[in-house]
Write a protein that binds this ligand. Sequence first.
Ligand code: HEC
Length: 170
Amino acid sequence: MNIFKNAVAVLGLFFLAATANAASEAPFPADWQKWNSVSTTLTKIGALPGCDANVSSLPPIYQETVATYCNVKQGGPGKVAVLVNPAVKAGYDARNGKMPEGPAMILHLKEMKVLFVTGYKGGKAQYGIYTEEGKDISTASGPLSAETCRTCHTGYTSFCVNGQCGKVAK
Ligand code: HEC
């Protein structure tokens, strides 16, 4: 019995170690091209700039976002769009943190052809990084890791509500 228990524990640890290693948490939204693009603070700015841009007039969370991603590509990641799953529109607009299960929102880095995906499981935000075709390109650490997404998306409590940081801009 003890041996059996130990084997289960070891298998459990192995599984945790394996999943902790560079796997997107949020699933790939295969129908992302049908999602609604919304106008937000960031999409009004239009693009994530390069590292030499002066972003001192932006709120600190936007400054940190630029600092985190400005060197993933020469000149910065570039044009962005925010896409919202039609199924979560009510929650997105209300910014009340109540999101149905599954992929919910996308920050589309259009020039990099990369999708930053936020989804929900058991009401909790989860993060994923994919190519437009659905290849998982998340890494275990650094700017493309779910941990980095989570740190910022939960670190600015006055700004982000249960993983949602942006809102519809008028
Ligand atoms: C340093 C801070 C920061 C990091 C790191 C970060 N984000 Fe964001 N993210 C933001 C901000 C700020 C917005 C809102 C932009 C706007 O005005 O639309 C945003 C928007 C988003 C959106 C659109 C929905 C929303 O919350 O407004 C998604 C989806 C998203 N991020 C996913 C990710 C994923 C996935 C990662 C990790 C690969 C990530 N983010 C890393 C700050 C960050």
